[in-house]
Write a protein that binds this ligand. Structure first.
Ligand SMILES: C[S@@+](CC[C@H](N)C(=O)[O-])C[C@H]1O[C@@H](n2cnc3c(N)ncnc32)[C@H](O)[C@@H]1O
Length: 284
């Protein structure tokens, strides 16, 4: 998708009241989220980032957009029995999977159904050692989110994030955008798009928010879909494609995904690239 089309979709997202679309899709995908073809890639990146943090035992952690609980459980293991994790997510479906996953966690883990900015607003200031948002910060505007993270952190506390950028899955964006533009009647609302354009924009937002950035790497992971049906299944079931199905009119979804699959057949498959920022910031 070029920058102009992305800007138009972004504007449409702000105007069309599609804030709820990600929640709707994540509710439907909760059961398949961890089974998606690309999930091992994103899981490994999360594990590497948490290991890199070398958390102190007893750390008080917040997990924003905890999903099915993989990130909350990694934090609980890293913080040990004297630590604690308070997690939030907007999707009741994702949270119910997370609650089951965290049943055997080594330290207390709580889950709240809340948007991450309202969750942070409700936290006491300077009360957390770590605020984590793995594959979830891109759903919120970075400026307000990073400011609220800094507020919740104790002096010296850290924020750790894996944030998809606007260029993530650009191969898919380029394939899907023309099909959407040719079928405007398929769309009911647009999800808001807050994905940062790149490193510089995120760095500036972190600085303004009160975090000094200790690590900010642009990273990429690639995955090839073998055939059109595996891509169609992934569009329907996975986290990275959330927002697309809910944006479409239910009666037009089947036809739209068939058109995407047809496009993939013509191209002989599709390799997608997850582009994301790995960020560790410290409260100034
Ligand atoms: C890609 S998943 C990541 C889940 C988890 N952090 C992980 O690494 O497996 C993104 C999650 O963010 C949640 N989410 C999206 N927008 C949110 C918001 N504004 N506030 C809280 N959670 C949100 C979704 O419901 C979804 O569970």
């Amino acid at each position: 998708m070029n920058a102009l089309v992305r800007a138009l979709f972004g504007l449409a997202g702000r105007l069309s009241g599609g804030d709820d679309l990600y929640r709707q899709d994540y509710d439907l995908r909760a059961g398949t989220y961890d089974l998606a073809e690309t999930r091992p890639l994103t899981k490994r990146a999360s594990e590497d980032l948490i290991a890199r943090l070398e958390l102190r035992p007893g750390s008080r952690c917040l997990d924003l957009g905890c999903g099915t609980g993989h990130s909350a459980l990694l934090l609980a293991r890293a913080a040990g029995p004297s630590g604690r994790v308070d997690a939030c997510d907007i999707s009741a479906g994702m949270l119910s999977v997370a609650e089951r996953a965290a049943a055997g966690a080594p330290c207390p883990v709580s889950f709240a159904r809340a948007g991450m900015t309202e969750f942070l607003e409700g936290r006491p200031a300077a009360s957390a050692d770590l605020v984590c948002a793995l594959w979830s910060a891109e759903y919120c505007r970075p400026g307000p989110l990073l400011r609220l993270c800094a507020r919740a952190l104790a002096p010296g506390g850290r924020a750790a994030m894996l944030v998809s950028t606007a260029e993530s899955l650009s191969e898919l964006q380029r394939a899907v955008a023309p099909l959407l533009l040719r079928r405007p009647g398929s769309i009911r609302r647009f999800p808001p798009i807050n994905f940062p354009p790149g490193r510089a924009a995120f760095l500036a937002a972190a600085g303004r928010g009160g975090l000094s950035v200790e690590r900010l790497e642009e990273r990429a992971l690639t995955h090839s879909f073998r055939n059109a049906s595996s891509l169609a299944e992934w569009l329907n079931d996975s986290g990275p494609a959330a927002g697309l199905a809910a944006a479409l009119k239910p009666e037009r979804r089947g036809e739209f995904f068939a058109a995407v699959a047809g496009e993939m057949e013509k191209r002989g498959g599709l390799t997608v690239t997850f582009r994301y920022l790995e960020c560790i910031g410290r409260k100034k």
